[in-house]
Design a binder for this molecule. Structure first.
Ligand SMILES: [Zn+2]
Length: 269
């Protein structure tokens, strides 16, 4: 039952026929985990908090650095040196006191990820390295958790939503992480500051649509965005029956850390 204040706060949602009071209640009952409180995590956390997603987890072991501020819009100059999850949680609570924020000041690993994702309805990968991206994919497929993948570098970004057992997973497209140092990092190659805002906002939209049960999710197709050419492309990709994690005979049965990929594509540091 929404309070008078909630009816006002969410009035622009409630007048949408796809949301209504019932949909807003679904958002308030929803639990979304954001892994990474950096460029992608920043807009995701701000929008999900504003939208009234009732429980939001945020995981990141890092502290705010001055080089983050050009794009990680949830962190302010005065937050430099503060744990990112703490800085993000303060802003989310300030936007919307309806939201319960749970912070995890740790990196996800094969040892802890299953426990962290277990209590959430939808997971968002806002991380900056291939090791985390493959681990999140594998843990979500094994744990049957729908999730949104996002990646950014320089002027290009990509995102796909994975419905385990139903739609294409990240490993269906990329069976293994690229070799170490094959792809430059954001600190080496740069990233235009607004890019994570575009990709992260799409990921937040997917989480909201999933909780509402409305619209077409970005599943079975990867969305690629080129900011310089200002082009969006949707590429349909079928689930791969030989996929090592979601295929007919998976070869990955125990979660593992992709140690060789740990330093690759260090997008956000
Ligand atoms: Zn797969």
């Amino acid at each position: 039952m929404l309070t008078e204040e909630q009816i006002q706060r969410y009035s622009r949602h409630i007048i949408l026929k796809e949301v209504g009071g019932k949909g807003q209640q679904k958002l308030l009952d929803g639990k979304v985990l954001i892994i990474g409180a950096g460029g992608l995590g920043a807009p995701i956390a701000l929008y999900l908090a504003a939208a009234g997603v009732g429980t939001i987890g945020i995981a990141d072991a890092d502290e705010v650095d001055i080089t983050n501020l050009q794009r990680q819009v949830i962190h302010f100059t005065a937050d430099v040196g503060k744990p990112k999850v703490e800085s993000a949680a303060e802003k989310m609570r300030a936007i919307n006191p309806d939201v319960t924020v749970r912070t995890y000041k740790e990196w996800v690993s094969a040892a802890n990820i299953a426990g962290i994702i277990a209590d959430y309805d939808f997971i968002i990968d806002g991380t900056d390295n291939f090791a985390a991206k493959f681990l999140i994919n594998d843990a979500c497929v094994q744990g049957n958790k729908p999730y949104s993948h996002g990646g950014i570098l320089q002027f290009v970004g990509q995102t796909i939503t994975v419905l385990p057992g139903q739609s294409t997973c990240y490993r269906c497209i990329f069976p293994e992480p690229p070799p170490k140092d094959a792809i430059p990092t954001c600190s080496q190659a740069g990233v235009i500051g607004v890019l994570p805002g575009v990709i992260g906002s799409i990921q937040a939209t997917e989480a909201i649509k999933f909780l509402l049960g409305k619209g077409e999710l970005l599943a079975g197709r990867i969305l690629m965005y080129d900011a310089l050419g200002m082009e969006f492309r949707n590429v349909a990709i079928k689930r791969n029956p030989n996929c090592p994690i979601c295929g007919d005979n998976p070869t990955i049965t125990v979660l593992r850390d992709e140690l060789d990929a740990l330093t690759v594509c260090d997008l956000e540091h």
